[in-house]
Structures are given as structure tokens and as C-alpha cells.
Design a protein around this ligand. Sequence first.
Ligand code: HEM
Length: 465
Amino acid sequence: ILGQSRHQANEPPIASNWRPVLGHAHHFLKKNGAMALGPSMFEGHGPDVFVVEASLLGQRVYVARGPKAVKLIMGNSAIRTRILLPDESLDRMESNRIGILFNHDLESWKVNRKCFVESVGRPRFLKGLAPKIDELMSTLVQSLDEIADKGNPVLINEMMNLISMDCIMDVLFTEKRVFDAGEFYGKVPPLLFKTVLRNEDAKHRALSQKYNAYVRELVRAKKAEMENAIPDEMDFATSAFMAAESCFEDPETIFKQVNAIVKETIGGGTDTASNSMAFLVYELARHQEIADVICEEVIAVAGWNGPIRHEMLNQLPMLEAALLEVSRIYTLFAAGTTRHITEDVLIDGVLLKKDSMMFLVIGMAHWDASYWENPSEFDPTRFLEKPAKSEGPHGFGWNLSPFGYGVRKCPGQELALLEMKVVMANLCRRYRFRLADPKKPLEVKDSLARECGPLEVIFEHRVEA
Ligand code: HEM
């Protein structure tokens, strides 16, 4: 089952695809493990069936599907703990009982989450965010212009990885680097976070040690830098130190806390944004009319070369709609939102029993034909007008929740959307994207999150540079 794929050539992936679920179940599926698995768990049935119970190596698993699950389960503050990972994996990531992503200790998670949310939401940090990414992009387009001059295809999945990594590191530490981040990549492999979770051999252990040491060094340097005056527009790591200092007293705890926030931002914020942008480029290459509208929007507010400022970002409706549409169709965590049920809880007459695992299949609702017209079609215009009775995380009912919803929803949502808007606005006004081989099916890999496979794209200048 793990080896099968339901992707059709040239079709976007089925958002309710069950492969990511099995990726998550990896830890529990031993060599001869068996799991009662049928399509009813992940797709095919109407919205009435919203929790399916299964058994995985003798452990009870609930698969919560569709919009009702998003509203009732994600919105329920009693169901807060994420799936339990082996201590061994957590120790290797140095993230045992610290941070928020895999912290199983609810009390500790609560204070850590408060700290994360405070760091990422601080106005003095947010103020400088768009100019910072915009400045980085203005340096990058010089390299991209050369690529466009030559007309050679680029691997957009890899390029977006580099851009996204550069953005996140700049956002965290105000690091100015050039486009070729190769050397840096050796220290922080972008997929390390995922690899660490799944692979236990010596190579990965060594890589994670290197990575942990590298991040510690950056955080230490940031702390030292904070002895001087803190600038009015601060970076994320500075904001995280301020948040941690307001939550904890012990300097060692503060340091560990900031370290965790930084690693979770790198882990949660790089692959996610880069794959979303790679999928968006793919769709824009196939829908030039949408790309043209986005280009016109950007030029109307910022001109061909002017800076893209924070206040302009809500004047780019088609770009925002295109990002939502990509998040709907490609749903990075289609089935990868997990919970561990810590106490018996009754949801809409369904008893969810203590000590069970849960997978929340948010992607199912994203492709529900009873809610979305032509759900497999990339059509951002569906987001240009909100329905009159707007509800749900994005105002489109409970049928759209790519960042989750409720107590554990993604705390990086605003940052991710802002970053993607600034990056894509810079690219869309300057270049037209063409697929090097339009007939080649898009490769999509499902693991912890959904990934864009090798994708060759040609950049064409929109204006003479
Ligand atoms: C396109 C980009 C992104 C997508 C689609 C995304 C999606 C998600 C989803 C679905 C969850 C799980 C929510 C749940 O369990 O209910 C999550 C959690 C999380 N995300 Fe994101 N995310 C993105 C970007 C980011 C960024 C930029 C950051 C860092 C600033 C980030 C940090 C986190 C963290 C730390 C959590 C764990 C929260 C917790 O467990 O309490 N994410 N994200």
C-alpha cells in the first residue's frame, strides 16, 4: 500500500490522498504490521461519515474527515496533544519537552505556544518583515535576470527551496546572503527536519547534530548582539528572546526556548512555503491569464521596479486568491494533522476514547465537490468574493483550513502568507513562467508534507531589463 500512488498524470493530487497518513504511521507500522485500511477512511463517502475508527498494530486510530472534523475536532480545546513520537526521535531533534510542534507535555506546550505566538505577532517584528523580504528579492532578481537572459530552464522546486530558506534565515537573523546558498545548505539541509523524524541511521544523526550546533551558534550570537540597542524593526530571533524573557526567568531556559522557536520556524516555515510557491509557479505557467492579472496588480501598486511595501499586500486580490487556491488544491498537510486523544471526549455524539491516535484529513474538505465547483480545476477567481455567510478559518466555510484551525492552528500562517506574497509579487511582475516540458506530468511526493518533485521552468522577461 505504501508504494502505491493515486496521482494521475497531469492532474493535481487528490487532496484527500491517504499516502501522507501512512507516512505518519511509519513509526507504528513495523515490518509485518497490518492496518485495516479502506478508501472509506479518506475519501469517497459523504460528509456524514466524519470519524472512522481503525486499528493500527493494535492501537486505536481515528481518522477524522472533512469540514465537520475541522470545526468540531480542531476547534475543540480538549483535543490538544499532537501524536506521540518516540523519545529517540525527539532527543535527536533536541526537542523533547520543549517547543510546540511535538511537545507532549501539555503545560509546557501551553507556555511555549504563548511564547511563539507573542514572538511572531510582535508589531515591531512585523513592521520590518515585508521590506526585509522585498530587499532580499531585489538582490535575487539580479541572478534571476541572468537565468532569464540565457533562457535555460531552472528546477523551480530547488530554487524555491533556496529562496524560502534565505527568506526565513533573513527573517530570523537579519542575515544577508547571496543567491548561491550552497555552502549554507550543507549546514542546514532543508529536508533535515523531515529526515530526522523518519531515519535513524548514523548519517542523519550526524547531520542533526551539525544542524543543532549551527542553530545554537546563531542564537548565541544573536543574544550577544542584543547587549547593544535593539533596533525599532527587530528580527524574529530578537522578538523571540523578548517573548522568552517575559515567560521565563532562568537564562538557560530562555536560551533553549529561543533555540526551539528558531528550529520550529526553520522546520515549519521553509519546505511549506517553498513547495506552495513551486506549485503556484506550475499553475501560473499553465494559466497565463491569471499570471498576467497578478502582474498588472503588482505594477498598479508598486510599478515595475518599486519596493513592495506591507500596506500594498492587501491590494493584490488575485495573488492572494491564487495562494489560497494552491493551498486548497495541493493541501500540504492533506492528512498530516495529528492528535493524541488524552481523555475520553464526546464530539457530536461520537465517543473518542482516551489513548487513541487521530489523523485529521483536512484535505478531504478541500476537494469536496458538493462545496467546490470543479474542485480539481485551478481557479483562483473562486476566492475573489467571499460568500455572504462567511465562517471558518478563511471565511469560506469549514471547507478551507490549510493551516489548521483552533488551539493548534499554524502560528506561522501570517508570516507564511506575507513571505509568499512578497516573493511571488516580485517574480510575477518581472517574469513569465513557462514549463520546459508541458507534457511532463507534475511529480508530487507525499511524505510528512506534500512536496513538489523536479520541475523545470523557463523564466521569460516581462519587460526588457
Ligand atoms: C504555506 C505555509 C504553511 C502551511 C501550509 C502550514 C500548515 C500548518 C498546519 C496544517 C499545521 C498543523 C495545525 C494543527 O495541528 O492543527 C501547522 C503547525 C505549525 N506550523 Fe505551520 N504552516 C506553514 C508555514 C509555517 C511557518 C512559516 C511557520 C513558522 C513561522 C510555521 C510554524 C508552525 C508550527 C510551529 C506549528 C505547530 C503548532 C503547534 O503544534 O502548536 N508554519 N502548520
